[in-house]
Design a protein around this ligand. Structure first.
Ligand code: HEM
Length: 403
C-alpha cells in the first residue's frame, strides 16, 4: 500500500526513522492496518504436534483472505441497498451503484480464481491436519450466509439441510440474530424489483409497453403460423405448428399473471410481475440514453449470480479432489453431494434476468417508442423536471421517471 506516512519498518519515504514522525503526522502503516492482529492470527494447530503440516498455513491464510473479501462485498452490498432504498434514485446514484456492483464482480472474479491456489495442497497433505480442525467448516461462515441473504437467497429455496440456522450456529445468539435480521431487511433483489416496477413506460394509461409487447408477440406468432400452414410437407408443417404452439405456451407464462404467480409460488420465478415487465422493457430499449445505465446494472446483477455459481462450482470440484464424494463434510453435511445441490438455479437470485432471453423477439418486432416516450428516455430526469416546471408552472415530476 502506498502510504503518505511511512513503511512497515517505521521509516518514511525518505528513509528517515519513524520516531521523527510526530503525532501530528498520523499513524504508521502497521498501526493503521492493525497488522499486529491480522498477522498474528495464523494459528497452526499442527505446529505443536509431532508432525507440523506445512500446508496448514496456506489453508488458514486462504480462508482468512476469503473472509476479508466477503466483508468487503457485504460492505458494498449494504451501501448499494441503501442507494436503491429510495423512491427517486438520482442519475448520479445510478452511476455509484454501477461502480460498486462492478467492484463486487471484480472481487468475485478474484475469489473464483483463488481456488486453484489452495488446490496446490494435495489430499494427503490435507488429511495430515484435517482432524485438528473438526468440526469447523466453511458451512459455519456467517458472512457467506449473510451475503446470500442480503442478495436475496430465500430460506425456502435452500437445500433442506441448510434451512435451519440453529444446527449450525446453535449457541451463537448474535449470529442467529444477524441472520434473522438479514432475512427480514429488504434484500438487494427486493429493492431492485421495486426500482424496476417504477420503469417509465409501463403505465397502462401511458406508453403501455406490456400491452404493445403482447400485440407484437401475437403478430409474430400469427405470421409464423400462417407461414407454417402453407408448408407443403405434412410432417414439416405439423412440426412447425407444434413448435409455434409451444412458443405460445411459453409466452402465456409471462402474459397471464396467474401463470406467473404460480411459477413464483413454485420458486421457478422470483420477480414480481411488474418488475419482470420493467426488466424486459429496459433490455429492449437499452440503447436509449436513460436505459443505458439501468441495463448495465441488470448485466452486473447477472454477473454476480454467475460468479457466485462459478465459485460454488470451483469449490465443489476442490472438495471432491480433497475428500472425494463419499465422505461427510466436517460441518456434518453429506459433503460433496450437499455442495453439488447448491449449484441449482434455486440459489440464483436474479434467475429472471437470465430467463428474459426466452421471451425476446426479433428487433423489427419490438414496439416503436412514441415521440413522448422517446423524449422521456432521451433527456435526463433533471432536464425533464426543469421543463415540466416551466411548462406547467408547478413543481411536478415527469411520469414515473425513476430510473
Ligand atoms: C480443502 C479445502 C476445502 C474443503 C475440503 C472444503 C470442504 C467443504 C465441505 C465438505 C463443505 C460442506 C459443509 C460441511 O462441511 O459439511 C463446505 C462448505 C463450505 N465451504 Fe468449504 N472446503 C474447503 C475450502 C473452502 C474455502 C477456501 C472456503 C472459503 C471461504 C470455503 C467456504 C465454504 C463455504 C462458504 C461453505 C458453505 C457452502 C454452502 O453451504 O453453500 N471452503 N466446504
Amino acid at each position: 500500500m502506498s502510504c503518505p506516512v511511512g513503511n512497515s519498518n517505521g521509516q518514511n519515504a525518505d528513509g528517515q526513522e519513524g520516531e521523527h514522525l510526530g503525532a501530528d503526522v498520523g499513524m504508521l502503516y502497521g498501526e493503521y492496518l492493525m497488522l499486529d492482529k491480522v498477522l498474528s492470527s495464523q494459528r497452526m494447530l499442527s505446529a505443536n504436534s509431532d508432525h507440523p503440516v506445512h500446508d496448514e498455513h496456506l489453508f488458514i491464510v486462504t480462508h482468512q483472505a476469503y473472509e476479508l473479501w466477503f466483508k468487503q462485498i457485504i460492505f458494498e452490498v449494504d451501501s448499494i441497498r441503501d442507494l436503491f432504498n429510495q423512491e427517486n434514485i438520482e442519475e448520479s446514484n445510478t452511476l455509484e451503484i454501477l461502480k460498486r456492483l462492478n467492484r463486487i464482480t471484480l472481487i468475485l472474479n478474484l475469489l473464483v480464481d483463488q481456488v486453484p491456489i489452495l488446490e496446490t495442497m494435495t489430499p494427503l497433505d490435507f488429511m495430515d491436519f484435517r482432524d485438528y480442525l473438526s468440526p469447523a467448516s466453511g458451512f459455519q461462515s456467517l458472512q457467506f450466509r449473510l451475503l446470500e441473504n442480503k442478495l436475496g437467497v430465500k430460506t425456502e429455496h435452500r437445500v433442506r439441510y441448510n434451512q435451519s440456522y440453529s444446527h449450525v450456529f446453535g449457541t451463537d445468539s448474535e449470529a442467529i440474530e444477524a441472520l434473522q435480521k438479514s432475512e427480514q431487511d429488504p434484500s438487494l433483489s427486493n429493492l431492485v424489483q421495486k426500482w424496476l416496477e417504477r420503469t417509465p413506460g409501463l403505465e397502462h394509461d401511458g406508453f403501455d409497453f406490456w400491452g404493445k409487447f403482447k400485440e407484437r408477440v401475437d403478430k409474430l406468432l400469427n405470421e409464423k403460423e400462417e407461414q407454417a400452414s402453407s408448408e407443403p410437407t405434412e410432417f414439416v408443417k405439423n412440426y412447425r405448428l407444434m413448435d409455434i404452439q409451444k412458443r405460445r405456451d411459453v409466452y402465456k407464462t409471462v402474459f397471464d399473471p396467474k401463470v406467473h404467480e404460480a411459477l413464483v409460488a413454485r420458486g421457478e420465478r422470483r420477480f414480481t410481475y411488474k418488475a419482470l415487465q420493467g426488466a424486459m422493457m429496459i433490455s429492449f430499449y437499452r440503447d436509449e440514453p436513460r436505459f443505458s445505465q439501468p441495463h448495465q446494472i441488470l448485466m452486473l446483477l447477472m454477473d454476480i449470480d454467475s460468479l457466485i455459481t462459478k465459485w460454488r462450482y470451483n469449490h465443489v470440484i476442490m472438495v471432491q479432489r480433497m475428500i472425494g464424494s463419499q465422505q461427510l463434510g466436517t460441518g456434518g453435511s453429506s459433503g460433496y453431494q450437499y455442495l453439488r445441490s447448491t449449484l441449482s438455479d434455486r440459489y440464483k437470485v436474479f434467475i429472471d434476468l437470465f430467463n428474459l432471453s426466452t421471451f425476446l423477439i426479433p428487433r423489427h418486432y419490438i414496439p416503436e417508442l412514441s415521440l413522448e416516450m422517446k423524449h422521456v428516455l432521451t433527456h435526463s430526469k433533471e432536464k425533464l423536471h426543469q421543463k415540466e416546471c416551466c411548462k406547467d408552472g408547478h413543481n411536478g415530476t415527469p411520469s414515473n421517471g425513476t430510473v
